[in-house]
Design a binder for this molecule. Structure first.
Ligand code: TRP
Ligand code: ZN
Length: 467
């Protein structure tokens, strides 16, 4: 295996650090501890994210070679300690082997404990005082490899015949970079990817440069608005790139796998109009760039709303394109606080696909809702309730999408368009580049509409079975 050499380095540093690490684990949650916890407290994904610091910016340099799936990286992370730290974690799957870690330019002790498959435990030479800004640099390499989510789906760095389909919801980001993988720790990104000449590497935000040297090309991308780590991509493959502007002047960059060009052209042509339409309903487009990535990886089985530029595993349908573009407002700008708040992402995006259908002369929102309500009470579509999917393998269940969309259409019919869209716009504006819970939305809707919506939301979001 190509990473045997760095694995040896790892074993050596592990031997030095091991006793202190094991002894201190129990102390991680005790107050007064100077150890950053190994999770961020999400009950659905307890070891996701870490405590003790917040990240402001990720600077990633990756080198990927599809033959052999060899991935090498250097991550430079700017963070701030939220308490005094003698030790902290980053999330990184052990398919990536760390060769060295530097904190503020000084070599740190780094360990990838076998029992905790996504933790990189870092002990800096010098204690980081609470409030201090610090820089972590991690050098790592390994075989680019996906993980399986609790529902069985592939997540993370998913190799394809010509590169990799890179999607991180809900758990995949640590398959390819060291990260504080909590959706609450938003950061800006610069992603540089070096790939064999002839391949493209597509990430989020603006394409800053494309430089070819020694038969390899480095693609540099920059995103200046803060986003959650599950929304970052660095997708590699053969791509045909087209660019333009929406009616509102937002630049778009669309990258399409040549095999998907014929099947996707008619739908992708609507991208600027869909974004302009959502802007009229939901308010200003929240990012400075837009676009799409259409790969040929149908075994992935889903699309993802990667920030500024959603990624599709095949030529998308019009409704899937509308769904993913709406996520730029609902999901990417206002993001769930915990995974149980997934309705704020999926219910809103699916409702938006209904809205686009209505706007473009298809079925109205009311017709979509009627159709949903015509399904029998014992149809599987009604459970789990979208406001509480209960287990981590149910966050992407049909109920969250369809009953979730129906919730918003029912709210629209109850309050009328004027109040309903005031709520939809105000909600994004209030939480722009932040996070929120389902409870915060229901309170907000009640406050703006001057109505007590407790019973309505109980029936639609929390009660078992058909509303
Ligand atoms: N959030 C994606 C969407 O737009 C769906 C998704 C992401 C997904 N990761 C997944 C679905 C894993 C199933 C399994 O709807
Ligand atoms: Zn979605």
């Amino acid at each position: 295996m190509p990473f045997v050499r760095s694995a040896c380095v790892l074993v050596l540093s592990a031997a030095v650090a091991v006793s202190g690490t094991v002894a201190a684990t129990g102390a991680a949650n005790r107050s007064g501890s100077t150890i950053g916890s190994q999770g961020a407290g999400d009950p659905y994904f307890p070891s996701q994210g870490n405590g003790g610091y917040n990240v402001g910016h990720y600077d990633l340099y990756l080198r990927y070679t599809p033959s052999g799936q060899h991935l090498r990286g250097t991550a430079t992370i700017q963070a701030r300690a939220t308490k005094t730290l003698t030790r902290f974690d980053l999330d990184l799957r052990h398919s990536m082997k760390v060769s060295s870690v530097w904190v503020n330019g000084t070599k740190a002790v780094a360990k990838q404990p076998a029992s905790r498959t996504q933790e990189l435990v870092i002990t800096p030479k010098h204690t980081l005082p609470k409030g201090q800004q610090f820089t972590v640099r991690v050098h790592y390499a390994g075989v680019g490899k996906a993980i399986h989510d609790p529902d069985g789906s592939l997540d993370g760095w998913i190799p394809t015949s010509d590169g990799a389909f890179v999607a991180g919801e809900p758990q995949g980001a640590p398959t390819w970079f060291p990260v504080n993988n909590s959706p609450r720790d938003k950061a800006t990104y610069r992603v540089m990817v070096n790939v064999p000449k002839g391949l493209a590497a597509i990430s989020n935000g603006a394409l800053k440069s494309r430089v070819t040297k020694h038969n390899r090309t480095t693609w540099t991308w920059k995103l200046t608005k803060p986003i959650s780590s599950y929304l970052v991509t660095a997708t590699v493959g053969k791509y045909k790139i087209t660019r333009g502007h929406t009616g509102d002047g937002v630049p778009y960059l669309i990258a399409v796998d040549p095999s998907q060009q014929a099947d996707s052209a008619n739908v992708l042509r609507k991208l600027p109009r869909i974004l302009d339409f959502f802007t009229t309903r939901y308010g200003k487009y929240p990012f400075k760039q837009s676009g799409a990535i259409v790969d040929n990886a149908p075994y992935v089985g889903y699309a993802l709303e990667t920030a500024t530029r959603p990624i599709f595993d095949r030529a998308p349908s019009e409704s899937t394109l509308a769904h993913e573009l709406a996520h730029e407002w609902y999901g990417d700008t206002v993001t769930l606080k915990r995974w149980r708040d997934i309705w704020l992402n999926e219910g809103f995006a699916e409702f938006s696909a209904w809205l686009w259908d209505e706007h473009s002369g298809g079925q109205t929102g009311a017709q979509h809702l009627n159709q949903l309500m015509s399904l029998s009470a014992n149809n599987e579509i009604w459970n789990p309730p979208p406001g509480n999917p209960r287990t981590n393998d149910q966050i992407f269940s049909d109920s969250v999408y369809e009953r979730g969309a129906g919730t918003l259409q029912a709210l629209r019919e109850k309050l009328g368009n004027k109040t309903f869209f005031t709520i939809m716009r105000g909600w994004v504006a209030a939480h722009r580049y932040g996070n929120a819970t389902v409870g915060e939305f229901t309170s907000y809707a009640s406050a703006v509409s001057h109505r007590d919506l407790t019973h309505f939301f109980h029936v639609w979001l929390y009660k078992n079975g058909k509303p």
